[in-house]
Write a protein of this length. Structure first.
Length: 202
């Protein structure tokens, strides 16, 4: 398949889907590496402000999904997150299955209700609970990021460990904040060689 940009003769290598307010903004594009990299750099250079619920709690930043990219040949899948009320971005590597699920989570797809993550939320809601937030709160000794789901049921609070990529999917489906502790952001910035592709872009 050729790059979908007009008059580009190169072969498409990377799928790119732009996201706004937790929903796909337009159609997915199939771009050559040159145009996909240009699109990525344009998003990184852009300083538009995300509209959303800013989390005004010291030591915590809220982020929203902006871009999903999938390099099929290299099998590299990435979610680009933009800080709500700020200028920072997080480049978060995700797995193939998580990229596919996230793709359907942001589309108005007839299959969205069949996602395991959607069914999980419905089960919780059927018992009177709601997903309040997802927070990336720590990094272990092997540089795996730790995230927590926070569920509310009236006055009861329940927390469950989850992978950040799965937490991002749930946050998008439930329209709830995806949070990262400032202490985790600091560790990423201080140790870029250890984070397995996760980066902070200012």
């Amino acid at each position: 398949m050729k790059c979908t940009l007009i008059s580009c003769p190169a072969e498409a290598a990377i799928r790119v889907l732009e996201v706004r307010n937790k929903r796909a903004a337009g159609q997915e594009e199939f771009l050559c590496e040159e145009h996909a990299n240009a699109r990525w750099l344009a998003h990184c250079a852009d300083d538009w402000a995300v509209t959303g619920s800013k989390y005004d709690i010291a030591g915590i930043a809220a982020f929203d999904l902006e871009l999903i990219t999938a390099h099929e040949k290299k099998r590299v899948y990435t979610a680009l997150l933009r800080e709500i009320g700020g200028k920072r971005l997080v480049s978060l590597p995700i797995g193939y299955l998580e990229a596919c699920t996230l793709y359907y989570a942001v589309l108005d797809s007839p299959y969205s209700h069949l996602l395991v993550h959607t069914i999980m939320l419905k089960v919780v809601q059927s018992f009177g609970g709601n997903l309040a937030s997802v927070m990336v709160h720590d990094v272990d000794l092997e540089w795996h990021f730790k995230a927590t789901l926070v569920f509310l049921k009236t006055l009861d609070v329940s927390e469950f460990q989850i992978r950040p990529s799965d937490g991002l999917i749930l946050a998008n489906l439930a329209d709830t904040p995806f949070l990262i502790k400032e202490s985790v952001i600091a560790k990423i910035k201080q140790n870029p060689e250890k984070t397995k592709g996760t980066r902070i872009i200012v």
